[in-house]
Design a protein around this ligand. Structure first.
Ligand code: GUN
Length: 283
């Protein structure tokens, strides 16, 4: 059996069309949803991500501002900028691109963002809201993964989901979102002794470690749904995920490709969160 692809580009196009329509409706009421993206330093990958986020805003009727600062910017100066953006009524979402230079305490900067504008969902208030089921912003990458499962009509109730990776940005929030949909959830990580023994029991596997070939065909139950959050380069320099795609697609029921899977969904959910922030502020 060859797995069906879950196409993140196609799903993103559908969701972004909805975002654009909602943004236009809000604009007609005098509120243009606005996102501020803050980039400190010259990290080449961050520059690409940020450019894509700004372009996605422009393409879908959201206002965006890019604030670029040299790597030498002090933590105090950055915090002052965050305060100003918190007070700016034209800005509904604030995103500080990570990683930040070493002399800046990233968590301190994230906590300075007003939770009402925390469209990345990284603030402790957002994390607490997700944990308790209160309204708040969900981190964009795991949120996008949930939308991909929703798009295939997958009912998580009673299913066993295995998340590989325990980061604050993906693994931990992913596990909470799956749990909220009544899955039985296992989180695996670098100290898990036998990863395959865990993943072979899974109906759904989310791979989010940032390492090639973490999941191979022998580790997957036939028919399982495999979501690949990884973003790596293979020996030829081509983009690849954490999953051995060619092998696993012969065993899985559904699989997300890299590129064209979770990546575009992350940006799409950023647009959704920003729009949601603007709609909340308008009410
Ligand atoms: N760096 C890598 N991924 C992300 C993300 O989703 N948000 C931010 N702010 N920085 C990142």
């Amino acid at each position: 059996m060859t797995a069906q692809l879950i196409d993140g580009n196609a799903l993103s196009r559908t969701l972004r069309t909805e975002v654009a329509a909602r943004a236009a409706a809000l604009k007609a009421r005098g509120v243009t949803p606005g996102l501020a993206v803050v980039l400190v330093g010259e990290n080449p990958a961050s520059q690409v991500y940020v450019r894509n986020k700004i372009k996605a805003c422009e393409d879908n009727g959201l206002h965006s501002v890019l604030e670029k600062y040299p790597a030498e910017l002090s933590e105090a100066e950055l915090l002052t900028r965050i305060d100003a953006l918190n007070d700016d009524p034209a800005i509904h979402g604030i995103l500080v691109q990570l990683p930040l230079p070493k002399h800046i305490d990233a968590q301190k900067v994230i906590e300075a963002i007003s939770p009402e504008k925390d469209v990345d969902g990284f603030h402790v208030a957002s994390a607490g809201a997700l944990m308790t089921g209160a309204p708040g912003f969900w981190p964009c990458t795991p949120y996008g993964c949930m939308k991909m499962l929703e798009s295939i009509g997958y009912d998580l109730r009673g299913k066993h989901a295995v998340v590989i990776g325990r980061s604050n940005i993906v693994g931990k929030p992913m596990a909470l979102m799956l749990l909220a949909k009544n899955a039985t959830v296992t989180i695996c990580h670098s100290a898990t002794p036998d990863l395959g023994a865990m993943t072979r029991q899974a109906d759904v596997i989310v791979a989010a470690v940032g390492k090639r070939n973490v999941l191979t065909a022998d580790m997957v139950k036939p028919g399982a749904v495999v979501i690949d959050v990884g973003m790596n380069r293979n020996d030829e320099g081509k983009l690849c995920g954490d999953v051995d795609f060619d092998g696993v697609r012969e065993v899985a029921g559904f699989i997300t490709p890299v590129p064209g899977g979770v990546g575009p969904m992350t940006i799409t959910m950023l647009l959704v969160n920003t729009l949601e922030a603007a709609e909340r502020s308008a009410h």
